[in-house]
Design a protein around this ligand. Structure first.
Ligand code: NDP
Length: 403
């Protein structure tokens, strides 16, 4: 009996729940849990299947998580709450003998900083317990790592240059909104940029480095260099990589709003006193911004995310390789009621869980996605809403800037 608990029922959790429910032969029973029971109930009702139920948990509390796991005895927990909850959920998994999967690496609430060290510190305990923790199994991180593993397995003897490119060419009609949790999103993109070059990390100013890149079926979009968490594990797992970077597109209107938000102090994550109450400005801002889950109805256009890789092919000849997926906001909304950013995160989380539950991903311990066999994952991804495409020996464009 494969019972899973999905923790978090926001944009991503909603997609994960819909997609898992499409495969009752794999996900025999599904429990959706977050702090706000009514949100979980609404999603369970929309799915309308007898094997989907709901529960309540504050995932900041190991004690509450342990009680939840003891009530349901799941095989696997799919963590699509916020990155703040990763460690408490992993700890509870160890206490109860439950496997774990997430889509974002741990980040302390009081510091806008993410890295894998906190979660990699659980390696020995998961291995000893015979449990698996799959880290970063959304799109990026997630499919970006699986795409890279697929390139390494089938095309390259040595990957040398890796550029992960993430374009959202959708339009939701709002002056300013984020596509996933605003607090997490704004913390991420207001940080310094960082990329890997010749064995070390190079730091850039926030959104300082940018260039136009052409995305399939979309055209040219200005793309900004960001630090992104999958770079950390990919450069360790593929030591032939000389340079690894991550690019994301932003519109001018978005960047102007972001600059104002920062300049007036609304991106601050420290507490301020407001009429005798302590508030965190960024958390207050989240409360007044559009909810990412409500953007789907009027969202048009598509996302395009992929990996552009160059290096030596299996015979040692120069090779360029681009592997990507385009996802339509409208189609994602029709199927799940959520826009493509939630969809492209939720589908890979379901597929990763499916790989684990069907025994296709069977390594124990704490693992990043590129450590597993990419083939069955990409096969399942393509038939579950995210088909992918390859361009061999095309112009990758990424050499216009060689930082
Ligand atoms: P939302 O803010 O829409 O949803 C977060 C959910 O987590 C809510 O249901 C919230 O419900 C729940 N939650 C928050 N705190 C707790 C808590 N202490 N205990 C239990 N539940 C909690 O976020 P998204 O759905 O947009 O994003 C979810 C995750 O996906 C994030 O970690 C994000 O970083 C990640 N992500 C990953 C991407 C990738 O490609 N890898 C891309 C986009 C997002 P409630 O408040 O009721 O508890």
């Amino acid at each position: 009996m494969n019972k899973v608990i999905i923790i978090g029922c926001g944009g991503v959790g909603t997609v994960v729940a819909h997609k898992c429910a499409q495969h009752p032969e794999v996900f025999n029973e599904i429990v959706i849990a977050a702090r706000t029971r009514s949100k979980c109930e609404a999603v369970a009702k929309a799915i309308g299947k007898p094997n989907v139920s709901v529960d309540t948990v504050d995932a900041d509390s190991v004690e509450q998580l342990v009680a939840l796991f003891n009530r349901h005895k799941p095989v696997l927990v799919i963590n699509v709450a916020l990155p703040y909850q990763d460690l408490t959920i992993m700890e509870a998994c160890l206490q109860c003998g439950v496997n774990y999967l997430d889509t974002a690496n741990y980040e302390p609430k009081d510091e806008a900083h993410f890295e894998y060290s906190w979660q990699w510190a659980f390696r020995e305990r998961f291995e000893k317990a015979g449990l698996t923790a799959i880290l970063g199994c959304g799109f990026d991180p997630g499919v970006s790592g699986v795409f890279t593993a697929y390139a390494a397995k089938h095309y390259f003897s040595a990957m040398e240059y890796l550029d992960i490119v993430d374009c959202n060419a959708g339009n939701h009609g709002k002056a300013f909104a984020t596509n996933f949790n605003p607090e997490i999103n704004i913390r991420e993109i207001t940080q310094n940029g960082r990329y890997w070059k010749d064995g070390q990390w190079i730091t850039t100013g926030p959104l300082e480095v940018h260039q136009p890149l052409t995305y399939p079926n979309i055209g040219e979009r200005e793309s900004y260099l960001l630090y992104h968490e999958e770079l950390e594990s990919l450069v360790l797992n593929y030591p032939t990589i000389k340079r690894a970077r991550f690019w994301m597109t932003f519109g001018q209107e978005y960047l102007t709003h972001l600059r104002v938000i920062q300049n007036i102090g609304m991106a601050r994550i420290d507490e301020v006193d407001y009429q005798g109450t302590k508030i965190v400005p960024l958390q207050f801002l989240k409360a007044v911004l559009p909810n990412p889950q409500d953007l789907g109805a009027n969202y048009h256009g598509e996302t395009s995310i992929g990996c552009r890789i160059s290096g030596k092919d299996k015979e040692g000849k120069a090779l360029t390789y681009y592997i990507y997926n385009n996802c339509s906001h409208e189609e994602a909304f029709k199927e799940t009621g959520m826009q493509a950013v939630s969809y492209t995160t939720g589908v890979p989380a379901m597929v990763g869980a499916m790989m684990f539950l069907t025994g296709k991903w069977d390594l124990k311990g704490v693992r990043n996605v590129e450590e597993f066999d990419p083939d069955p994952f990409l096969e399942a991804l393509a038939v579950n809403g995210l088909p992918w495409h390859e361009i061999i020996n095309g112009d990758l464009e990424v050499e216009r800037i060689d930082n």
